[in-house]
Write a protein that binds this ligand. Sequence first.
Ligand SMILES: Nc1ncnc2c1ncn2[C@@H]1O[C@H](COP(=O)(O)OP(=O)(O)O)[C@@H](O)[C@H]1O
Ligand SMILES: [Mg+2]
Length: 315
Amino acid sequence: MNTPKNPQLRKAIRDRHSFFGNNPIIVKLLDDIQRVALKNTPILLDGETGTGKSLLARKIHDLSQRKGPFVSINCATFSQHLLETELFGHAKGAFTGAKDARKGLVATAQNGTLFLDEIGELPLDSQPKLLHLLEEKTIRPVGSDKEYNTSVRIVAATNQRLKDLVKQGLFRADLYYRLSVVPFTAPPLRERPDDIEALTTTFVSQLCEEHELSKPSISTESINALKAHDWPGNIRELRNHIERSLLLGTPLHEKLPINKNHSPATSTRCLKSLEKAHILKVIDESNGNKSQAANNLGISRRTLDRKLKRWQQAA
Ligand SMILES: Nc1ncnc2c1ncn2[C@@H]1O[C@H](COP(=O)(O)OP(=O)(O)O)[C@@H](O)[C@H]1O
Ligand SMILES: [Mg+2]
């Protein structure tokens, strides 16, 4: 029997729904990605945590028709020395304990894609080596004097503003410009609330299958509450919230994480004034476009107009 503990099954269920969305920003993003996926240029993905950068990297590889594998490494989890041997491999006897030569991830990803996650954490001293790989298409394993030709597509991701790191002297400008020839930004979930319903439906189906639960129906109240939420942890946070709710059997609109914008001063205000402040803020964020604001709030344009009229009359 397929058990939920089977990691392959979990992965298969997840992979069935790769990066998707109907919000115009996402549609344009996927369109642009489709266009460059077949080329060999490096791609830089930026965006807040949980916005789907890793998923996008995978998607780029799937669309690229490259025959080699997708290989991923998180630059934040290794020391400089380990990261370099991990990436470029090492020669026999390169350092104590290096009994045999070992090939690195660049070689493993030959003819495929190497995904460098959290590229902003790449140590300054390792950055020239990556630049060399990008420019010369060759690598030299640690402790070796031979150069090897490579054919690998580099996709890098960051949740930091690399430009700021360049200004602070933590990231080489030349590497930044080489990496950011084709940059893409994964938008935060709060900028695409119109996708929340489809994402929620998909995650509920996936997670019920994964945990062998029967699928609950999703109320409009839940969808509206999910749309009104900030989601600082973006899609990852939404998915985790849904998983927790399903496992505990609580409705999706309950036990939402506290919105980060709600300061203690506002939390003691009455619900009506909070509602008004929130609605005005959303209209402001939508540059006064009321239809878009209503959409972002998860209410109809008519409801929004009615509320505004009531406040005008009370003023
Ligand atoms: N557009 C999307 N469609 C479906 N699932 C998504 C999407 N974006 C992110 N996810 C899900 O959200 C979680 C976080 O995505 P991930 O790619 O790891 O984000 P990041 O790398 O930006 O931190 C994963 O569970 C992923 O499956
Ligand atoms: Mg990631």
